[in-house]
Design a protein around this ligand. Structure first.
Ligand code: 9D3
Length: 262
């Protein structure tokens, strides 16, 4: 007897958008192998009128329409009653910003129930009454929550046991934790007059490791200095990161960094 797999239950007015990209590649193969489950539920099925209306004009006036609390509540209550596991999450531009710490937390649980907004948003009362957690995927404007839901699901699924086949990939990931990736090269060794760095052809594994570490630090410092913020300002790039990793300036800073690290 085996436990139910990690399950994403998506409440949307566009269920045909799923699995969409989640049906391909890593997530798609894992879905086909039964390592996770996806249920896309049409919120319109929980409307009560002939036109299956899910939205209405905002009280107080203003542009756009708002999703009705009664329809959304019936949808979420129905999937929960059917056993949909995990926290209820509303994908919303005003939510807490998604990061790998949240992804790890959600992937470690039994699944997620994801409410995708359309129109201007969802009536505030149903978010309170059903204790939705609000999550945004970044500071840019999408036309609805469906793509954001797919992003969150994809990020979680690749962390589920057995999904990433190569154990070395996850080991590498933890090795590089907190830094951007070093540059990669493959054949040909010379392309358009550009040579692959000699050290990578040298076979000196320890030197290759050091070179990659150094490049990862340089790239992180140039592109995402915020990932290195707790590091002292005077030592060399490598030294700074080393001392930071061994003697974090505070438990709080370390926790924040760990949660934000890619
Ligand atoms: C006029 C004010 N707009 C807020 C910025 C309204 C609005 C725009 C876009 C309301 C909803 C949306 C649709 N976006 C999402 O549903 C969404 C989203 C996003 O737009 N950016 C980042 N993360 C997310 S999660 C869901």
């Amino acid at each position: 007897m085996s436990d139910a797999p990690w399950t994403a239950t998506v409440l949307t007015i566009f269920p045909e958008m799923f699995p969409g990209p989640l049906g391909f590649s890593l997530a798609g193969k894992a879905l086909a192998r039964g390592l996770w489950r996806l249920e896309a539920v049409d919120i319109r099925d929980f409307a009560t009128d002939r036109h299956r209306t899910v939205d209405d004009a905002p009280f107080g006036g203003g542009a756009g329409m708002v999703m009705r609390p009664d329809v959304v509540a019936r949808a979420v209550d129905a999937v929960k009653a059917r056993g949909a596991p995990g926290p209820s999450i509303y994908l919303s531009p005003r939510g807490e910003r998604l990061h790998q710490g949240i992804v790890r937390e959600l992937a470690a649980g039994p699944g997620v129930v994801l409410l995708c907004g359309r129109f201007e948003g969802v009536d505030e009362r149903v978010l309170e009454a059903r204790a939705f957690r609000e999550i945004s995927i970044g500071d840019f404007v999408l036309s609805g929550g469906e793509l954001a839901a797919m992003v969150l699901i994809d990020a979680c699924v690749r962390l589920l046991p057995g999904v990433v086949g190569d154990a070395a990939s996850l080991a590498e990931e933890s090795f590089a934790q907190g830094l951007l990736e070093y540059p990669h090269y493959t054949r040909p060794a010379v392309w358009e007059g550009r040579k692959v760095p000699d050290v990578l052809l040298s076979g000196h594994h320890e030197r290759i490791r050091e070179w990659r570490r150094q490049k990862a630090l340089e790239i992180t410092r140039a592109r995402r200095p915020d990932l290195l913020t707790t590091v002292s300002a005077t030592a060399s790039c490598a030294d700074r990161t080393r001392s930071e990793r061994r003697e974090p300036s505070s438990a709080a800073a370390e926790k924040t960094r760990a949660e934000e690290c890619p």
